[in-house]
Design a protein around this ligand. Structure first.
Ligand code: ZN
Length: 280
């Protein structure tokens, strides 16, 4: 995959605010710990953090980073811009640009407090994509899916949720109370995989690198397919519990995730992803 640095326009960098040794509690958590400390007679803040309580409540600070991490931020910035450019081209004024919020360890999002263990997510309330870069290490080490196109797929999937939100495609899922493999929420996840593939299709067109855009090479595609396969519900459930429980599926099986990503990748047409998507 080819890409160029210097495109961080759509990134909101919260790493300095959320990272470091301090445990980000948010004001609610701060009060809870304060009350517990008071009840137990122990300063629980001292157990949580080496910093003083006032510093642990979301103060903004300098980002402690490495050159490798900064290169990763450049990469995320370029992919984000590219994904948003392509959706703007496809949907015109119906697409509204948003931002990708980078955080470390934990973040106070428009959808509440979230920790890195949640994985990357989209918050419909503030319309932002949230990502902790450490997820890419997880993807490579724990899930066996390294590579920059695998990472780009994750980002494009989250922006797929933004597209669903803008087009009102997620409304049915909110009304549908079914859980598991046949639920509307699984269908939404698979559609987001397909939307990620639609971006992959555009990014694979020759001659993009020369125009300063992301260039996906044919060899890269396997990386994204491996990523899609590695985070299927059946595989994750086997890893964590040793069993497959379709009634607890949230994202679809590995085979389904691969199938829907591939569908978007081959057609480049969001209308092939299910739901009623009219293009520009
Ligand atoms: Zn998703």
């Amino acid at each position: 995959m080819e890409w160029s640095p210097g495109n961080r326009g759509d990134i909101e960098d919260l790493r300095g605010r959320s990272g470091g040794r301090a445990v980000p509690l948010g004001i609610g958590g701060f009060l809870v710990v304060l009350v517990l400390s008071w009840l137990s007679g122990t300063n629980l803040f001292s157990l949580l953090s080496t910093d003083s309580p006032s510093q642990s409540v979301g103060t903004s600070g300098e980002v402690r980073s490495t050159p490798a991490e900064e290169r990763m931020v450049d990469f995320v910035g370029h992919v984000t811009k590219d994904v948003e450019d392509e959706w703007t081209a496809k949907l015109g004024s119906r697409y509204r640009r948003t931002s990708l919020a980078l955080f470390r360890d934990a973040v106070d999002s428009g959808c509440g407090f979230a920790q890195s263990a949640t994985g990357p997510f989209y918050c419909p309330a503030d319309q932002k994509v949230y990502l902790d870069l450490s997820f890419f290490d997880e993807l490579a080490r724990r899930f066996g899916a390294p590579g920059d196109f695998a990472q780009a797929y994750v980002i494009a999937h989250e922006f797929g949720h933004h597209v669903q939100n803008l087009l009102g495609l997620n409304e049915n899922a909110t009304a549908d109370r079914r859980a598991g493999a046949n639920s509307a929420s699984v269908a939404l996840e698979l559609q987001a995989d397909c939307f990620a593939g639609v971006w992959g299709h555009e990014a694979s067109k020759p001659g993009r690198a020369g125009a300063g855009k992301v260039q996906v090479d044919p060899d890269d595609v396997d990386e994204a397919l491996r990523a899609a396969a590695s985070i299927g519900d059946d595989r994750l459930q086997k890893m964590t519990t040793g069993r497959v429980m379709p009634d607890r599926f949230t994202h679809g099986t590995s085979a389904q995730r691969v199938e829907w990503f591939r569908r978007g990748m081959e057609t480049g047409d969001p209308r092939s992803c299910g739901g009623s998507v009219a293009t520009h």
